[in-house]
Design a binder for this molecule. Structure first.
Ligand code: AMP
Length: 119
């Protein structure tokens, strides 16, 4: 397993700047540096789970927390009626940062694309 700190761990450590939207003891929420929609947040657990498939039973609480946080962040951003959550699992699915994160995307028309082209 890669023991190098992920870019998100470096952001949490304060080594890399980010636009922090929210943080608590289990997760942080930042704006994506390369937004694919007018609202594009990353909801990131403090614990490094490389991919969703690497999550285990012990992670149930933090995984639930991420989902609840997604709803709360949508409320906070004023987009709770229309947003999309995306998890890329694996390089071939577009995952580039191997530290689990939810993409929260909003204020973009989603009816044009299929689920196969998530953004
Ligand atoms: P994924 O491709 O699903 O692994 O998503 C990784 C996301 O992290 C991409 O959308 C990147 O634009 C985003 N990203 C990478 N580095 C940073 C950074 N320093 N600050 C904010 N977002 C970043």
């Amino acid at each position: 397993m890669n023991t190098e700190p992920s870019i998100f761990e470096r952001i949490m450590a304060g080594d890399i700047p980010s636009e922090m939207v929210y943080e608590d003891d289990q997760a942080i929420v930042i704006r994506d540096i390369n937004p694919q929609a007018p609202i594009h947040l990353l909801i990131i657990p403090r614990i490094k789970i490389p991919r969703l498939v690497d999550a285990e039973q012990d992670h149930r609480e933090v995984l639930g927390h991420l989902m609840l946080l997604a709803g709360q962040m949508a409320e906070k951003m004023g987009c709770s009626d229309a947003f999309r959550l995306v998890v890329n699992n694996g390089a071939e699915a577009g995952q580039t940062v191997f530290h689990l994160h939810l993409h929260l995307l909003a204020q973009k028309r989603f009816d044009e694309g299929s689920l196969a082209s998530p953004f």
